[in-house]
Ligand binder design. Structure first.
Ligand SMILES: Cc1cc2nc3c(=O)[nH]c(=O)nc-3n(C[C@H](O)[C@H](O)[C@H](O)COP(=O)(O)O)c2cc1C
Length: 202
């Protein structure tokens, strides 16, 4: 009896790994988009930056997956460049559940199967403009993959917030990385991005 059970378990393990391999192949064949919001100017722990931390990661993901890129920009960008002042504006927007307007739109959004959503962690949440973006599109049948740059809070509950806002069928494992690693240790950041993408099946 023991022998039969162990043969059965081996067969089952084999089938599961075949299925996982098939899934892996499929992932890289899906049409993917990387959307992100990222802020230049004075940023925590990195001084004044000309390329945002999340933008750096977004570009790495696009390069490794062949995905298209879309940067979420504010229609009226009145955000202060100074870090402390920005944190105050961001907190006020969070408290009022603001929906800042977006400049431009994603063309042919319906064509994408996979959408990576990149955000800095602001007050353990996304900047409110991410909600403006998510609420503008139809996420039926999309696979969403969150990624976040932060300075200690990690993903917080951002993947769940995305899930509630978008009602997608699938939100895959999110990726979190320190903003200062993205900005100042790009080789290390790239290694981490690659390892995560591999786990996702890329
Ligand atoms: C308004 C604001 C609020 C922030 N709140 C948090 C926070 O709650 N937790 C955290 O770990 N980092 C926080 N940070 C740091 C950012 O998440 C981090 O610097 C991030 O990498 C910035 O990404 P960006 O350059 O793409 O905008 C905050 C930064 C700003 C500007």
């Amino acid at each position: 009896m023991k022998r039969i059970i162990s043969i059965f378990l081996m067969g089952l393990t084999f089938l599961i790994s075949c299925y996982a391999m098939a899934e892996e192949q499929k992932m890289s064949e899906k049409k993917a988009l990387v959307v992100y919001f990222s802020k230049t100017g004075e940023q925590y722990g990195v001084g004044h930056i000309n390329e945002g931390n999340t933008a750096i990661i977004a570009k790495m993901i696009a390069e490794h997956t062949g995905a298209d890129l879309f940067e979420i920009k504010l229609k009226n960008d009145t955000y202060p460049s100074a870090y402390k002042a920005l944190t105050e504006v961001a907190l006020a927007e969070k408290k009022t559940n603001a929906r800042p307007e977006i400049e431009g739109e994603v063309k042919n959004f319906a064509d994408y199967n996979v959408v990576f959503i990149g955000s800095p962690n602001w007050w353990a949440d996304m900047p409110m403009v991410l909600y403006s973006f998510i609420e503008k599109y139809n996420w039926n049948d999309k696979i969403i993959i969150p990624f976040v740059t932060h300075e200690g809070s990690g993903l917080s509950s951002i993947p769940n917030k995305i899930k509630s806002a978008a009602h997608p069928q699938k939100v895959l494992e999110g990726f979190a990385i320190y903003g200062h690693t993205a900005q100042n240790s790009r080789e290390q950041a790239d290694k981490e991005v690659l390892a995560w993408l591999k786990k996702l099946g890329y």
